[in-house]
Write a protein of this length. Structure first.
Lengths: 306, 1098, 112
């Protein structure tokens, strides 16, 4: 396992937030902490999703299971999911307003042509639960299409769940981190032993364009975070040294070195639309803390049982 | 020739065209050729006539119609394929014959007879769908792309398979050891010709070489073989002097070979039999075959001889002169073979083969059945003549008898349903079964392949020698080298190459014109009347088995003739085979017949398309690529892909794979779940597979072969992000890990439809019918059914739950039928077939949700199959810096030994395609360096050149040392699913006789623990386990053993006492545990008076 | 059909406690904690945190089977503290870390 970083204090810094994406830097912790955060965001932050579907009428060309599956995958805005219980924790049998939000999808194509049935056709069955609704900031989500006289009548319950149970409850499209790259350029040697042409070669060797030649045609790191540790630049530098006369002198000492800062993580979280990206992160922390706490509570009783 | 290569329709067109030809022109020829049935009555009979004749004047096949509708109800009278499929009936049309009937050569009576409903090929001229467009097809519930080419028999789609047979009208020089068994003096040399008449009647003639230089002609007559000296046949065919014949055969060559002395022997044979004239020869022939032919008594031997010559010797021509010339040529060839001047030809190479087309076989069977009908009518009339007397002269009587005996429709239906040929003559074929196959619609690829499949004949399956299975260079461009199954049918079941077409339409041309063209190009004509003798420098020109002339400038002639062919003054698909070099038998062989294979190549001189045949190809120089051109090269391939079958063309980058992998892929493509069709609701197949979320492959061949045949419209797989990494150990040994989230989002989801028709005709007889009483309705509702006694569509089918409730109006009782399958399903559709009054069937269609589970089989398109070993949670999967987790993880060990580099390239190409949002070209034999092409694009998009990426462990969050090869590969889901195969039992049904568990999954039987398994347990010393398996879980039983005599049979329990006494010796019985079969064995032996006694220590 | 039941993800196996402890019979100050219904998410951070404690001689965890919802954390200490205490300490410090991070994060998120 990697080295232990005890010296620095854990720190978090938000780089960018948009409607569906957040980027932040986590530092002063080791990869296990970063990974646990990532895992919780993917699998354990609860959201609401359609889970139980009752099909009353379905004369569309698609079969029942298929429609149910599609309904399940529609992201529902779940900012208020704390107001709902997990169905397994709820005291009711079946469903109640504490654990389910009911929708009805009742459409019939009477005009002819092809009618699109979208997530906007999902209607709440009761006044409660209006806070849980299909996310449609990118427009309505197509569920199925109906031809003339085809009809669909469905009631369905949105329930709370986590991504571990089914991917439809996962609030993220991706939640990912990577190590922070650390690029060392031996400017001195680059300037003295490399021609401008060779420097350009190094710059071009990077598939993601981390480097740029500045006015003095020196290499400059411009997009550090883009680096994906492919080490193409290192290889290129090595190659140039080997093929030039200077190979005889300092072979081992590379002019470009890419390494990783193993206690600094660049996170990227994309929301599925169910939750705001910042609430995903914040909820992930809450869940992790709760998990730790739960276990901690259970340890003292064990001490005496030996 | 119709323009070829436009759509998938072309694939079945061969079948359709051959059927159309057979049922239009073929039927006409058949009527002409069918011999009248002559019935000869004894002189003193009281029927008032001596001889009567019956023959078919005209045969007409109609279109399928339903039985005339009841009055007043306007129903669609036409019968459509959909209805046949749904109701398990046959798509058949009436065959009506105009029969002529003549008594004692007097006036002719004519009447019509319905010969029964003959199954009709879908989309043929006789099918209602033939001229319909897509919209009309959809309205009828057909698939948008209904291809036809098959028959519907009892609701099942049946195809008559293309069969490889010997090339027609071409004399083949054969050396076969078995020929010596024909009789004394016979050698292994023979020349065989398979002659085909215009009514597609086939008759082979063999000329055998005898040790003394003589030749015998052999042909089959009524299943028996007839041997006649060649000289007799020659004399029968032409009034010719021995000198002329000698010159004609020797052709002035006295130098090197022994031909002249052989010809002397040949001619002497006639002298020995004292046959000098044509009449005496015919008489001799007639007397030899009279017994077999059984002709009317008034026919003289000469006439019988003529009849045999006409009907059985060289039937492809009616002209005696042509027959004579052909026989002379065959003798020449035979002598050349015996002299070792020419090398023997093989019947196993494609150049001496052609196809038996479905329509042709169908017509042949029809013909034989018509003959049989006449024959049985004859027998019947002769039998009834004494009783019926004068009544027989009545037209209606004959009509009635004919109708009774003519069940041609049923005969053909039987043929199609079973594939068995019931025939008197055997139709000159080498097999009697296995002619038809079911057109399974498992997926589109499989369905198409059925029409492309070509079988060598089931006769060869049992043959131990492998020469027939070999891939020979002759089949280049005609048969696909890749698309053949491995295992038993390997090399026998082949598939057509993508551009190869069997000629299935009659070429419209005039034979005379072709001869004239040839003449104008320098060919010397063969005189009809006189004997022209061409010196040996002249080589023969044959057209469809008839010599039309000789030429001494064959090269020139062939070139010019080819230009004429390209100019279409002679048919474009005519085969011009110029055999130019020794050790071939020199000659120019022109062929225009059906069943031949042709394929297009570019004629370099003109740049035009030239259709060439297999024999023709052998003697042409064809460049595969432009760089292969040599000075003598006359032709060029249009594309190197033309050598592959349509299915083999779809394997991406197959030129980078090890060849067996491409074969495996051809197999597996046909087992994938995909999109076989779009009209699911109008189909009633026993099993239909459907991939719920299919995708078009990102990487696919966009060559014409693939595009035109509609593969894109019927996809059968999913593009998956595949990482090649040994991750958890769950990807060992070809297992694959699937991302659980990918699965939950729909990866590989599929459906199986099953249909079950409940035949309720017997229950109807017991007065059961639909629910009519309120009580019954109530009961149905209580049982979870609708008030009509049927389940709701969309309701679940659960094992042992009721699915049908019928009501007995007489006893007012109910009867419930329950769902039988163990697996839960959904009622997809319920159809009622027939009415209460006529037939009574209910068709239940079930839908089984078959989403991937552990153990289901998947494969890429490179013969890389594997089973799903675990659904791995997304958070535990390795991830890239972009946050991408693979859908599928496969083990790197899958590659080194299998060398499927094509799959690696597909992965890179798929990645490029996904990044750019473009479909990528994947046809084999592209010129470019594909790795570099895709690698550069990957670099451009910010990925590493080879497509590998840094990944992080999903479990620890640490970076992995090695870069992981990650790309997008098209994955197929194969139809082998655990749900269909799992088998387990603790106890269950046992065999009555042995008390051992029954076998078979269906019967909930056990799995055999065989000898090898037993040995392995013994080797481990696992005696308890062995005892458990072989005794406890099998046929454990308890019985009494007599202490005194050791018998296990004799003991009986004494009444009231807990004691057993031996019946035989009054000894004391003790309770022992023994396998039940032992008791059975003991009993069997006792029946043979053998006592089985056991030593014991009790 | 052959997949594990969904509820196994959330419900404790019968007769089991969420956390169980078994002392090592051969090694002093060592024992194994079995935590049900948890996976690598907790296992890995606990292990890493334990390793940062000088008094912990050995810390390791495993998820015995991917279809079983439990992890086992094995701890051996040098005797100054018991494995229980070591675990408690690391859980506490992790909690503090996360709490601190969350506070930081929320503060920043609000200000944006």
């Amino acid at each position: 396992m990697s080295e232990v970083y005890r010296g620095r204090a854990p720190n978090i810094e938000i780089n960018k937030i948009t409607r569906e994406k957040i980027k932040f830097t986590l530092s002063g912790v080791d990869s296990s902490v970063a990974n646990s955060l990532r895992r919780v965001m993917i699998a354990e932050v609860p959201t609401m999703a359609i889970d139980v579907v009752h099909i009353h009428t379905n004369t569309s060309s698609l079969h029942d299971e298929f429609i149910a599956h599609r309904l399940g995958l529609i992201p529902l805005i779940s900012e208020n999911q704390d107001n709902y219980d997990f169905p397994r924790d709820c005291k009711c049998t079946g469903h109640c307003e504490h654990c389910a939000v009911q929708f009805r999808l009742k459409v019939k194509n009477q005009e002819g042509g092809v009618l699109d049935v979208t997530s906007r056709d999902l209607r709440h069955l009761s006044q409660q639960g209006n806070d849980v609704r299909p996310a449609d900031s990118d427009g309505p989500i197509l569920i199925l299409k109906l031809r003339k006289n085809q009809e669909i009548d469905i009631t369905c319950n949105a329930r709370k769940g986590i991504g571990k149970e089914h991917a439809k409850w996962s609030p993220v499209a991706t939640a990912v981190f990577k190590y922070t790259p650390d690029i060392y350029l031996n400017q001195q040697r680059l300037e003295s032993q490399f021609t401008a042409e060779e420097r350009k070669e190094i710059v071009n060797s990077c598939p993601v364009g981390v480097y740029k030649l500045n006015e003095e045609s020196n290499i400059e790191v411009v997009k550090l975070n883009k680096c994906m540790f492919c080490e193409e630049c290192m290889r290129k530098g090595e190659m140039i040294i080997t093929r030039s006369a200077s190979a005889l002198l300092n072979v081992h000492d590379n002019v470009v070195r890419v390494s990783q800062l193993k206690d600094r993580f660049i996170f990227k979280v994309e929301s599925s639309g169910a939750l705001k990206p910042e609430s995903i992160v914040s909820k992930a922390f809450t869940i992790l803390t709760k998990k730790l706490d739960d276990i901690k509570q259970l340890i003292p009783p064990l001490i005496n049982t030996r | 020739m119709r323009k070829h290569g436009r759509s998938a329709q072309d694939i079945t067109q061969t079948h359709i065209d051959s059927f159309d030809y057979a049922m239009t022109e073929g039927l006409l020829h058949l009527c002409e050729r069918l011999l009248p049935c002559e019935i000869e009555f004894p002189e003193n009979s009281d029927v008032g006539m001596r001889v009567c004749k019956i023959w078919f004047e005209n045969l007409h096949l109609g279109r399928p119609y339903k039985a005339p509708p009841t009055e007043g109800i306007q129903k669609e009278p036409r019968l459509f394929p959909t209805e046949c499929r749904l109701s398990d009936s046959s798509y058949a049309a009436p065959l009506v014959a105009q029969v002529a009937w003549q008594i004692d050569n007097l006036s002719i009576d004519r009447f019509k007879v319905n010969l029964g409903n003959v199954p009709v090929m879908v989309k043929s001229e006789f099918c209602h769908l033939s001229k319909m467009n897509q919209e009309e097809l959809i309205k009828l519930g057909e698939d948008i792309q209904e291809l036809g080419g098959y028959f519907i028999v009892n609701g099942v789609e049946k195809i008559i398979r293309l069969l490889i047979i010997q090339k027609q009208n071409y004399p083949l020089a054969i050396v076969r050891g078995a020929f010596t068994n024909r009789g004394k003096m016979y050698t292994q040399f023979a020349v065989v010709i398979r002659c085909v008449r215009d009514d597609l009647f086939t008759q082979s003639v063999t000329v055998h070489y005898l040790t003394d230089g003589d030749c015998n002609v052999r042909f089959i007559l009524r299943r028996g073989e007839v041997f006649i000296p060649a000289i007799i046949i020659l004399k029968c065919l032409k009034d010719i002097t021995d000198l002329d014949l000698y010159n004609r055969l020797v052709r002035g060559s006295y130098s090197s070979n022994q031909t002249y002395s052989r010809v002397e022997v040949l001619i002497r044979t006639a002298a020995k039999l004292a046959i000098f004239t044509r009449e005496s020869a015919l008489k001799y022939l007639g007397s030899r075959v009279r017994k077999i032919m059984n002709p009317p008594s008034y026919m003289a031997d000469e006439q019988v001889g003529e009849l045999v010559l006409r009907e059985h010797v060289f039937v492809h021509t009616d002209n005696d002169n042509d027959k004579f010339n052909l026989l002379v040529l065959m003798i020449e060839k035979l002598y050349a073979l015996a002299e070792n001047e020419i090398s023997p030809e093989s019947a196993d190479v494609l150049s001496s083969q052609e196809f038996l087309l479905p329509g042709h076989l169908y017509l042949n069977i029809m013909k034989e059945n018509l003959e049989n009908t006449l024959e049985s009518v004859k027998v019947r009339i002769l039998k009834e003549a004494p009783k019926q007397g004068i009544k027989i002269r009545d037209k209606t009587y004959i009509q009635k008898i004919l109708e009774q005996h003519a069940n041609i429709g049923k005969k053909l239906e039987y043929f199609l349903a079973t594939g068995n040929l019931i025939s008197r003559t055997g139709l000159d074929l080498m097999q009697a079964a296995g002619f038809t196959i079911i057109a399974e619609k498992i997926n589109y690829a499989r369905y198409l392949s059925h029409f492309q499949s070509v079988h060598r004949g089931s006769y060869f399956i049992e043959m131990k020698i492998s020469s027939v299975r070999k891939l020979l260079p002759e089949s280049w461009g005609f048969l696909c080298p890749v698309h053949t199954p491995d295992g038993a049918p390997c090399g026998l079941l082949n598939h057509l190459s993508s551009t190869c077409v069997p000629v299935s339409k009659n070429l419209e041309f005039n034979k005379k014109e072709v001869i004239d063209v040839c003449h104008s190009l320098g060919m010397r004509l063969m005189s009809r009347e006189e004997i022209t003798i061409f010196p040996v420098e002249y080589i023969p020109v044959m057209l469809d088995g008839c010599i039309i002339g000789y030429t001494n400038e064959p090269e020139e002639f062939e070139k010019k003739l080819r230009l004429e062919k390209i100019r279409e003054t002679i048919p474009r698909t005519m085969e011009i085979a110029y055999l130019s070099r020794k050790p071939l038998f020199l000659g120019i062989f022109l062929a225009t017949t059906q069943g031949r294979l042709v394929r297009p190549v570019r004629h370099i001189e003109t740049g035009e398309k030239d259709w060439i045949g297999p024999l023709e190809q052998l003697n042409l120089s064809i460049a595969c690529l432009p760089k292969d051109r040599k000075p003598e090269t006359s032709h060029e391939e249009f594309s190197p892909l033309n050598m592959l079958s349509i299915l083999a063309c779809t394997t991406p980058f197959s030129d980078h794979n090890q060849s067996p992998r491409n074969m495996y892929q051809c197999q597996m493509a046909k087992q994938t779940m995909g999109t076989p069709l779009y009209n699911y609701q109008f189909r009633n197949d026993n099993k239909l597979y459907r991939l719920t979320m299919p995708q078009k492959p990102l990487v696919s061949s966009k060559c014409r072969q693939v595009r035109r045949n509609g593969f894109e419209k019927y996809p059968s797989g999913t593009n998956a992000v595949v990482a090649v990494i040994s991750y958890t150990g769950y990807d060992m040994e070809d297992a694959m890990i699937v991302n659980k989230s990918a699965y939950e989002r729909g990866f590989g989801h599929g459906i199986v439809y099953k249909a079950n028709i409940r035949d309720l005709n017997t229950t109807k007889k017991e007065n059961f019918s639909w629910i009519q009483s309120e009580a019954a309705k109530k009961e149905a509702t209580e049982k979870g059914l609708d008030t009509d006694g049927l389940p709701f569509v969309g309701q679940n089918g659960i094992s042992q739950q009721p699915e049908l409730l019928l009501f007995n109006g007489v006893t007012s009782s109910n009867k419930t039928f329950s769902y039988k399958d163990m697996e839960k399903s959904t009622y997809d559709d319920i159809k009622i077939i027939g009415t209460d009054t006529r037939e009574f069937k209910v068709n239940f269609k079930y839908r089984f949700q078959r989403n991937p589970i552990i153990g289901d089989k998947f494969s890429s398109r490179h013969g890389q199959k594997g089973v799903l070993s675990v659904l791995w949670p997304q958070e535990d999967m390795p991830f890239t810096e972009e946050g991408l987790t693979p859908d599928v993880i496969i083990n790197p060990h899958a590659f080194p030994s299998r060398m499927t580099i094509g799959m690696l390239i597909e992965s890179m190409a798929g990645k490029v395609g996904a990044i750019k949002g473009e479909f990528q070209e994947a046809a084999p034999f592209q010129e470019k360096d594909k790795v570099d092409y895709f690698g550069k694009q990957l670099l451009e998009a910010g990925y590493s050149y080879y497509g590998s990426e840094t990944m992080y462990s999903g479990i620890f969050g640490t970076e992995m040392k090695a870069e992981i090869f990650l790309g997008v590969v098209y994955y197929q889901r194969l139809r082998h699913m655990v749900a269909d195969k799992y088998q387990a039992r603790s106890t269950g049904p046992v065999d009555i006789l042995t008390h051992q568990p029954v076998k078979g999954r269906k019967r909930h039987g056990g799995i055999r623990l065989g000898e090898m398994e037993r040995d392995s347990l013994l080797g481990h010393g696992a005696s308890f386990l062995l005892y458990d398996r072989l005794m406890k879980c099998s046929d454990y039983s308890e019985g009494y053993l007599c202490k005194k005599c050791g018998s296990i049979l004799g003991c009986y329990l004494v009444k009231g006492k807990e004691k057993a006494v031996c019946h035989a010796c009054q000894g004391e019985g003790v309770k022992v545990a023994l396998p039940y079969v032992l008791r059975y064995l003991s009993n069997e032996l006792a029946a043979m008076n053998i006592k089985l006694g056991f030593k014991h220590t009790l | 059909m052959n997949a594990p039941e969904l509820h196994e993800l959330f419900t404790l196996p019968q007769g089991k406690n969420k956390v169980e402890y078994e002392e090592d019979s051969r090694i002093e100050f060592a024992g194994t904690f079995t935590v049900h219904l948890e996976d690598h998410t907790l296992g890995n951070i606990i292990r890493m945190q334990l390793l940062q404690d000088d008094r912990v001689r050995f810390a390791g965890y495993k998820a015995p089977h991917p279809l079983e919802q439990r992890i086992q954390v094995k701890i051996q200490t040098d005797g100054q503290i018991s494995p229980h205490e070591a675990l408690m300490n690391s859980l506490e410090s992790l909690k503090i870390t996360f709490k601190g991070l969350q506070d930081q994060f929320e503060k920043q998120a609000k200000s944006i």
